[in-house]
Design a protein around this ligand. Structure first.
Ligand code: DMJ
Length: 469
């Protein structure tokens, strides 16, 4: 369908001279602005209908969670049961999904979910959690929902969680360990990666601003800075590093999972906190990434894997996670590169009917065939539509939605795919499907008054944070 539309658009472009010639005559019959007004109205109606459909899809998934997994972390949409990350559930899906409900105007659901979280969530648990995941999903979710509702209990929960997470920073370098026990503060996991080290400042920084406790900001900013300090002489970071010694373990540099949101947070923290150090770190880093990783040898723009010290190309992979970069490039003002890269991501999606976790972009052959219901490609589409208003991004959004419904919908919710080639489903619906995938899809079509992208910074789990300080 979109390919068809693009062809028509191309044809229309080539006829543009003719249209220009005919324009004065047609305006004799119609008032000057009538056609565009009509188009705008039709687009508005179509967008409202798609937004409504996304809201219904959200409710379908949420009702499945409520029916089969209520009180637990995640729905298992095939076996109609639940999955908990730890021996005690932390209400991952409700916390992650709450601000989506609020933005979608699902007041009743939002109110009862918030009440349930207020009354039942406690972090005083003898469990070991992954600092990164808990920060972006739980801390981020609590903070944005607090800002949207003013419910002080949510802020108190965030503050309690933040305090329990702080021991992660007690390493040799100040870069965080991967795991911490919420009750004892015991830490584990000295080999980490840039994403887990550098994707904390939006949440910890916001917590500092809202509680007037500088320690959160200081610890997360130090972690980010210590990582940046260890970049190579050509300005790149590797894949894994020991947080006690500061020594790189794996020197492969890319923009995919494990590194991705480190770059995202350099830019976003610079904007949210007006932090000039972050701004400097972002501009140095993205320059090196564009210089050494960007690869347009196939006629399309992709980002490759190189050695962080030499810049030597090591692999030509891209995948669902890499699709976050156009959003970040666009936010950083580089619309041209963002649009080129988005066209590549879209090609990846349409080649398989849904995007794979990883493929080789020189051959377009899948190297990892799963699809985890990831949001990144939709997130980038939403940013680019906001900045360019180009309707082709709406068509992209409609393609994703139709494919999600075609391949991932089950009678209990939505399921990840084991393989984008066979379209066989997997018994998993991660909380980010409700927190991110459907939120960005909804915002793409919802009226801009729902939320103005320019007035918030989304954390990497799509929780919008407003600068109230
Ligand atoms: C989410 O938890 C976040 O977007 C994270 O930055 C990357 N992985 C998932 C979604 O794919």
């Amino acid at each position: 369908m979109p390919g068809f539309c693009f062809r028509i658009l191309r044809m229309l472009k080539s006829c543009s001279c003719l249209i220009l010639l005919l324009l004065p005559f047609s305006s004799l019959a119609q008032s000057k602005d009538e056609p565009s007004k009509k188009d705008a109205k039709a687009q508005e109606r179509a967008n409202a209908a798609t937004a409504k459909q996304v809201r219904e899809d959200f409710l379908h998934a949420w009702n499945g969670y409520k029916k089969y997994a209520w009180g637990h972390d995640e729905l298992k949409p095939l076996s109609k049961s639940y999955h908990d990350w730890h021996k005690v559930p932390l209400l991952m899906t409700p916390v992650d999904a709450l601000d989506t409900m609020i933005l979608m105007g699902l007041k009743k659901e939002g109110d009862s979910t918030r009440k349930y979280i207020d009354e039942n969530l406690s972090f005083d648990q003898d469990i070991e959690v992954k600092n990164f995941e808990i920060t972006i999903r739980m801390l981020g979710g609590l903070l944005s929902s607090y800002q949207l509702t003013g419910d002080k209990r949510l802020l108190a929960l965030a503050d309690d969680l933040g305090t329990r997470l702080l021991p992660v920073f007690n390493s040799g370098t100040g870069m965080p360990y991967m795991y911490v026990n919420l009750k004892t503060g015991a830490t584990r996991g000295d080999v980490s990666n840039p994403a887990e080290i550098g994707t904390l400042l939006i949440e910890f920084g916001t917590l500092s601003k809202l509680t007037n406790k500088p320690i959160y900001y200081e610890k997360a900013k130090r972690a980010l800075t210590e990582l940046y300090k260890r970049r190579s002489s050509i300005g790149l970071v590797g894949s894994t590093i020991n947080v006690d010694t500061g020594v790189w373990i794996d020197t492969q540099s890319h923009i995919s999972g494990g590194i991705d949101s480190y770059y995202e947070y350099l830019l976003k923290a610079s904007i949210l906190f007006n932090d000039q150090d972050c701004a400097q770190m972002w501009s140095d880093s993205i320059a090196a990434v564009n210089r050494y990783l960007a690869d347009d040898s196939t006629g399309r723009l992709w980002y490759s894997t190189v050695d962080m010290n030499t810049g030597k190309r090591l692999a030509t992979h891209s995948g669902a996670l890499d699709a976050f970069l156009p959003a970040v490039l666009a936010l950083g003002g580089d619309i041209e590169r963002a649009e080129k890269l988005q066209a590549s991501s879209y090609k990846m999606w349409t080649t398989f009917g849904i995007e794979p976790e990883e493929m080789d972009y020189t051959t377009m052959k899948v190297t990892y065939d799963g699809y985890a219901l990831r949001p990144e490609i939709i997130e980038s589409t939403y940013y680019l539509y906001t900045y360019t208003q180009d309707p082709k991004y709406l068509e992209m959004g409609r393609t994703y939605l139709a494919d999600l419904d075609r391949y991932c919908r089950t009678d209990a919710g939505y399921a990840a795919l084991k393989s984008v080639v066979t379209k066989e489903k997997r018994d998993s619906m991660e909380s980010f499907f409700l927190a991110e995938t459907l939120k960005y899809e909804y915002l793409l079509f919802a009226p801009s008054s729902t939320l103005d992208l320019r007035s918030v910074i989304f954390n990497t789990e799509a929780h919008p944070i407003k600068k109230t300080w």
